[in-house]
Design a protein around this ligand. Structure first.
Ligand SMILES: Cc1cc2nc3c(=O)[nH]c(=O)nc-3n(C[C@H](O)[C@H](O)[C@H](O)COP(=O)(O)OP(=O)(O)OC[C@H]3O[C@@H](n4cnc5c(N)ncnc54)[C@H](O)[C@@H]3O)c2cc1C
Length: 414
């Protein structure tokens, strides 16, 4: 295989994973980011690596559920009125993707990626400093009422059809597993083979540091355009500078759409914004794994610096200022869930999940030129799928037949 000069745009988990995979294949890699490593969604997420995850965001009945949710004062899913006209075409595609026949196919295509998530993270981290930032424990979803558990029937059918292992737990088992949880949860679903990243921001910084230690380059720069030609592509920066490469990978998360559009690919990428609130240092000792409070749609993740509460899907575009009211409103519910917790705010954050209406990422070549490759749109599963995506992009750059059929993720599927 010939050694290539590759520029990766974006130093989130996807760009950093792609860069490390390419470097391991022997290529010369430069990662460029306008704000530094882990400046986007990869900084403040819940850090769960959910092996075999396959339920898309748009599940059957989602339209009815969203309308019902909107009646609540601070709903877990919100649409800013000013953004509604911009997001409407995305929402119509999202609603269309929630048909049962589509959901079954999307679940199959998501599972094809997530089935090897843990293996890909283990392969990437083995023998490196990344290993210390991975912990076991899996992904536990807890349900207070029988009704909220029953509402997961379709999601469980999808897991069963995909062959994703999980355990159903009753009240006593939940207490045994997580003794600090209030004894109010009647049911739980536990995917025990998942991993968790104890500091997602530090993980991505460490990945970029490893790249540099191996001879790769990290460069600060704001990319305004990618211009392919017969031999490779030029990356133009807003300060007037240009970088030449044999291949360019666009991994700019929720900001990838204008770069692809200028290349002639109209991809309906938008953002589902999400929030976190850090509880004080020491609170992380109260949980042994990532726990989803399904009744109130928030996650508590034990991080190295305290418990992290994450929540919300906010459709407001990448520009609107954050609104921390909803995440703050969840503090009493965190206390109800974990009575021993110090439920005070250490810090808050907002990040932009890069999302396509069909819950699948874009992984494939630009329509105009095989020298430009896309890797974005990993929605709620970017931390899970970073290394899986890195391996697939390395296959494309090497000209190898990819280890998966990439047609479900192709950029021209709309
Ligand atoms: C609240 C919340 C909780 C989540 N929890 C989980 C979870 O538990 N598990 C999971 O798997 N996923 C989770 N996710 C999703 C996950 O965080 C994202 O899918 C993932 O971080 C996306 O990574 P990325 O590299 O594509 O994008 P980003 O991390 O957003 O990185 C994109 C980078 O591109 C740079 N960039 C953009 N435009 C340009 C440009 N023109 N020039 C140069 N640089 C540019 C940005 O500065 C940024 O650093 C969560 C997300 C949120 C918001």
């Amino acid at each position: 295989m010939s050694q290539k000069l590759v520029v990766v745009i974006g130093a989130g988990v996807v760009g950093a994973s792609v860069a490390l995979s390419l470097q391991r294949d022997g290529h010369n890699v430069t990662v460029i980011d306008r704000s530094g490593p882990a400046a986007g969604a990869s900084f403040g997420n819940a850090g769960a690596i959910v092996n075999g995850s396959c339920a898309p965001t748009a599940m059957p009945g989602i339209v009815r559920d969203v309308l019902r949710m909107m009646l609540r004062p601070l709903p877990p899913l919100s649409i800013r009125a000013a953004y509604l006209p911009r997001i409407l075409p995305w929402l119509l595609r999202f609603a269309a993707a929630s048909r049962r026949s589509r959901v079954n196919q999307i679940a199959t295509d998501l599972h094809a990626l997530t089935a090897t998530a843990v293996e890909a993270w283990r392969e990437l981290s083995k023998g490196t400093s990344l290993d210390a930032l991975l912990a076991t424990g899996g992904w536990l979803k807890v349900y207070e009422t029988e009704a909220s558990f029953t509402a997961t029937a379709t999601a469980r059918e999808l897991l069963d059809a995909a062959g994703t292992p999980y355990e159903l737990l009753a009240a006593g088992d939940i207490q045994d597993l997580e003794p600090h949880l209030a004894p109010i949860y009647r049911r739980a679903i536990w995917q025990s083979d998942g991993l968790r990243i104890v500091n997602p921001g530090r993980m991505v910084e460490e990945m970029v540091r490893l790249l540099a230690a191996g001879g790769g380059i990290f460069q600060l720069g704001d990319v305004s355009a990618v211009e392919p030609d017969a031999d490779g592509a030029s990356v133009r920066l807003t300060d007037g500078a240009t970088l030449r490469a044999d291949r360019v990978v666009v991994a700019a998360g929720a900001w990838s759409r204008p770069l692809a559009q200028a290349l002639g690919d109209r991809i309906p990428l938008d953002t589902e914004r999400g929030y976190h609130l850090m509880l004080p240092a020491g609170t992380e000792a109260l949980l042994g794994r990532t726990v989803l409070n399904a009744d109130h749609s928030f996650v508590l993740s034990p991080m190295e610096t305290g418990l992290r509460m994450t929540s919300q899907v906010e459709l407001a575009g990448v520009e609107a200022p954050p609104d921390y009211r909803r995440i703050r409103s969840l503090l009493p519910l965190a206390k109800r869930m974990l009575p021993a917790v110090d439920a005070s705010e250490a810090s808050v954050w907002m990040g932009c999940r890069p999302s396509l209406p069909d819950s699948l990422p874009v992984i494939g070549r630009c329509g105009r030129s095989p020298n430009v490759i896309y890797a974005f749109g990993h929605q709620h599963l970017g931390m899970t799928l970073g290394p899986v995506t890195g391996r697939l992009i390395a296959d494309l750059v090497a000209g190898r037949s990819p280890r998966l059929d990439l047609s479900p993720y192709r950029p021209d599927r709309w």
